[in-house]
Design a protein around this ligand. Structure first.
Ligand code: HEC
Length: 146
């Protein structure tokens, strides 16, 4: 009897957390992109010479971008289209292509991590590569805020 109640309440809990997760998808997406934006900001300060070159910052920023973009597509489960005003419905129509855009950024960040940009100019060049990946995904899949 106790066991049956436990199983029933575990199923109940799972259902509740699924609903909560769906409701928070926009927040998860936004938080992930803010993290990526912040990491790009760290690189940008070095590229512009506002901050001295620092290998540790470059490495942390690239790692954040790589790790965050790899989980980002998980925040777009089927049925979560309605959570958002700024995520285009095209994401769910072309999920494979959307994921390919995420993979591209992840792969470019990993390539840079394997051969860390070693000075201010190299950080600038790296930002050019990554920035294209941001722009090409945003152009198709991110809606302007109304
Ligand atoms: C795979 C597609 C994709 C890639 C690649 C991508 N983004 Fe995004 N980005 C989105 C989508 C979709 C949104 C809207 C998400 C939402 O808020 O629901 C967004 C939103 C944002 C936002 C706004 C977050 C907010 O506060 O509302 C920032 C900042 C951002 N992206 C920065 C970046 C940067 C910098 C890069 C590249 C290093 C990047 N993105 C790469 C898809 C992408």
């Amino acid at each position: 009897m106790i066991k049956r109640i436990l199983v029933a309440s575990a199923i109940c809990l799972m259902a509740v957390s699924a609903v909560v997760a769906a409701e928070n998808m926009h927040d998860s997406r936004e938080a992930a992109m803010k993290k990526i934006g912040g990491a790009m900001g760290g690189l940008s300060a070095i590229a512009k010479g506002e901050k001295p070159y620092d290998a540790a910052t470059v490495k942390t920023s690239l790692t954040t971008i790589s790790e965050t973009i790899k989980v980002f597509p998980n925040y777009f489960p089927v049925g979560s289209e309605k959570d958002d005003e700024v995520a285009s419905p095209k994401i769910w129509e072309n999920m494979a292509d959307f994921k390919a855009h995420a993979d591209k950024l992840g792969a470019d960040a990993d390539t840079l991590l394997a051969q860390l940009p070693a000075d201010q100019a190299a950080v600038g060049a790296a930002m050019g590569t990554l920035g294209k990946d941001c722009g090409s995904c945003h152009e198709i899949y991110r809606l302007k805020k109304k």
